[in-house]
Design a binder for this molecule. Sequence first.
Ligand SMILES: N[C@@H](CCC(=O)N[C@@H](CS)C(=O)NCC(=O)O)C(=O)O
Length: 347
Amino acid sequence: MQRHFTHRKLFTKAFAATAALAAGLIATSALAGETLDKIKVRGVIKVGVGTTPGFFSPDSSGRWQGFFVDFGRAIAITVFNDAEKVELTNSSPQQRLPALQSGEFDILLSGVTQTVSRAFKLGFHFGPVVFYDGQGLLVRKDLGVSKGEELDGATIGVQSGTTGELNIADFFRKTGKAFTPVTIEETGEFLKALDSGRVDALTQDATDLAAKRTQLSKPDDYVLLPERLSKEPLAPAIRAGDDQWLEIVNWTVYATIQAEEFGITKDNVDTFLKSEDPAIKRFLGVDPSLGEAIGLDPKFAYNIVKTVGNYGEIFERNVGKGTALNFERGYNQPWTAGGLLYSPPFR
Ligand SMILES: N[C@@H](CCC(=O)N[C@@H](CS)C(=O)NCC(=O)O)C(=O)O
C-alpha cells in the first residue's frame, strides 16, 4: 500500500513537471542562477515598486497599474505565461535596495537609476534601461525662479537613498551657490514638505516630480523647471550573480522594444503570425527553433505583446499622450525614430 502510494506520488510529480513545461514554463537553462528556481517553487515573482501615478499605483480596486508594473507583468509572462503571477510591494527608496539584497524581492521595478557604485559597491545588476529620465526641480512658482542656479540659499527637499542626494550637492558645488538640503525618507512627508512650505523646492527624477505634482493640494502653485541636473537611466535592478535571471529580464524588456521596431502591436500581433519574414517568424515563435535553443517558451515574445503590448503601447497607455501625465516619448522611443531604445537581435 505504502509502496503504491510512493509510486503514485512520483508519477504525479513527473506528470506535474511535464505539464508545467507544456504550459510554457522555462526549461533548464545553461545559465546558472537560483532566483528562477525560487520563483518557480513560490509560484510568483516578488517585485519592489514605488508609488507614483502612471508608473506604479493601485487603482480603485487595489490592482497595481503603471508603466513599471507592466514590465513586471511581462516578466511573469516570460516565466509563467501568466501576467498575474507578480506580487507588487511598495518600498521606500531608502529600504528597497537592501530589501532586494536580502532576498525580499526578486527584482526592483521602481525607477532605480543604473550607476557604477550600485553595480560594484552594492552588488546589483541592471536590465535594459526602460526609461531615460533626468533629475528635475519642482519649485514654488512665487519664487519666480527659472533656472536651478537662481535657487541660491533655498531649502530643497530630497529623498534619502536616492541618487538625488549626491546630484543636488554636486549641482550646487558646481554652480558655487548655497542651499540647505532637507532629507526625507517617506514619500508622503516628502510631498508634504513642499505643500506646507517647509521647503522651497523638491528634487527627484523629473518624471516622478511631474507625476507627483498632481498629488499636491495646489499643483498650479508649483512649476517643474525645464533643466535636468543629471542622467537618470531607470532600469530593472536585481542581485548580482544570477546570469539566468538577468537574461530573462533583459530579453523580456527587449521583446517589447523589438516588437515596437517591427510594428507589432497587441491588436495586430496575430496578423504577423502569417508573416514570411524569417526574423518575425523567429521572434513570434512561429519558427520555434530559437525558443527551443535558448530554453524559453518559443512564444514568449508573442505572449508578451498579446497581453501587455509593445514598449510604445506600454508607454502611451500609462504615461503618454491622452493620460493625465501627457509625457512626450523624448529619448524613450526606438532608435529608428531618433530615440535610445535599441534591442539586440532575436536570433
Ligand atoms: N532614480 C533615483 C530615484 C528613485 C526614486 O525615488 N524613484 C521614485 C519613483 S520614480 C520613488 O520611488 N519614489 C518614492 C515612491 O514612489 O514612493 C534613484 O535610483 O535613486
